[in-house]
Design a protein around this ligand. Structure first.
Ligand code: AMP
Ligand code: ZN
Length: 114
């Protein structure tokens, strides 16, 4: 755990949130500022700074995150479609430096994303 990381604090239970899913390596919760009717964040419990810090050693959890996303897409009734986004770095608008995947559903999405 990184003591100054918001999402590490969330995993440690130090911040109130709406938990959607948890297992040994992955945690998912509702985004506090939803950009779609359904907007959840899926994160590894291990602190990985961003998509740019995924390596051969830690990438298994990323594959598992996508299994969890597929499972949640069924449980949360996203059959009309959903968008998965991971902002990486300043120009992409990453504000929390712990790898996270936004999963959004329940409205139409434009492309390319602004
Ligand atoms: P990003 O800007 O891509 O780094 O995404 C960070 C996301 O974390 C934003 O969508 C925020 O709304 C969300 N967020 C920040 N603080 C919290 C919190 N305490 N609980 C849930 N989501 C949060
Ligand atoms: Zn962290």
């Amino acid at each position: 755990m990184m003591s100054d990381c918001l999402f590490c604090k969330i995993i440690a239970g130090e911040i109130p949130l709406k938990k959607v899913y948890e297992d040994e390596t992955v945690f998912a919760f509702a985004d506090i500022d939803p950009q779609a009717p359904t907007h959840i964040l899926v994160i590894p419990k291990e602190h990985i700074g961003s998509a740019a810090e995924v390596t051969e050693e830690n990438s298994a959890v990323v594959a598992h995150i996508f299994e969890v996303i597929a499972k949640l897409s069924k449980e949360l009734d996203m059959k009309d479609g959903f968008r998965v986004v991971s902002n990486c770095g300043e120009s992409a608008g990453q504000s929390v430096h712990h790898l996270h995947f936004h999963v959004m559903s329940g409205r139409e999405f434009t492309w390319p994303a602004g």
